[in-house]
Design a protein around this ligand. Structure first.
Ligand code: SF4
Length: 214
């Protein structure tokens, strides 16, 4: 399917969400008037207005303290802004800046076309300086994911991959590992494979597993 077709499908899904009151995604509240704001800013009247979808890129770049956000789905989106857009297309684009691929992944999930890759498969295909991450033990893998991916300060995505094929993760609560309990007002953020940030975090741990030189 082409990018244009994907985008069209995402807009249909977004339209459906707006019409059915599914207005929360990550830390953002969507409005039927094509507005977006931080979900904790509903009561605020002093929000900084923006009118361009590309402003979402800047808003998403730094946290409240001005620190760069390498992971856009970390629960540290800054507050105080109001994006007032004029079309569904612009809203879809803004969401792509805030939460990359969120609509596309959910679309794939709904159409049973989402292919999740287990953690061991992702680590086994690493090359170069990250090849060493293949030395991670199952226990280290579970602990690393529990620390990096927890919704409580780590990442808001729901993890749909296993630690190894057929072996679910056991170090995160079941609600983090499925969309079964997705609230009806929420658009999910899906993780279909280990991201580069967690692969990078695995490297120093795996290095400690190298045999000691005598
Ligand atoms: S692996 Fe997925 S859930 Fe974990 S931090 Fe990366 S994107 Fe988030």
């Amino acid at each position: 399917m082409s990018d244009a077709s994907h985008s069209y499908q995402n807009r249909i899904l977004l339209r459906y969400c707006l019409d059915s009151g599914r207005l929360l995604i990550g830390q953002i509240l969507l409005g039927n008037d094509y507005s977006l704001r931080h979900s904790d800013d509903v009561e605020r009247l002093d929000l900084n207005p923006h009118t361009s979808a590309s402003d979402a890129r800047e808003i998403a770049r730094y946290d409240e303290k001005g620190v760069f956000r390498p992971l856009k789905t970390a629960p540290n989106l800054r507050r105080g802004w109001l994006l007032r857009l004029s079309s569904l297309e612009e809203m879809e684009l803004a969401l792509e800046y805030f939460y990359p691929s969120a609509l596309g992944l959910w679309n794939a999930f709904l159409n049973k076309k989402l292919h999740a890759t287990s953690m061991t498969e992702t680590l086994n295909r690493q090359t170069g300086m990250y090849r060493i991450t293949q030395l991670l033990t199952p226990q280290q893998a579970g602990e690393l994911v529990a620390q990096c991916c927890t919704s409580d300060g780590g990442c808001l995505r729901s993890i749909l991959w296993d630690r190894a094929p057929g072996e679910p993760l056991s170090t995160l609560p079941p609600s983090k590992l499925s969309l079964d309990d997705l609230p009806s007002e929420r658009i999910p953020l899906i993780c279909r494979e280990l991201c580069n940030l967690v692969v990078a975090a695995a490297r120093p741990i795996a290095k400690g597993n190298l045999p000691k030189k005598t």
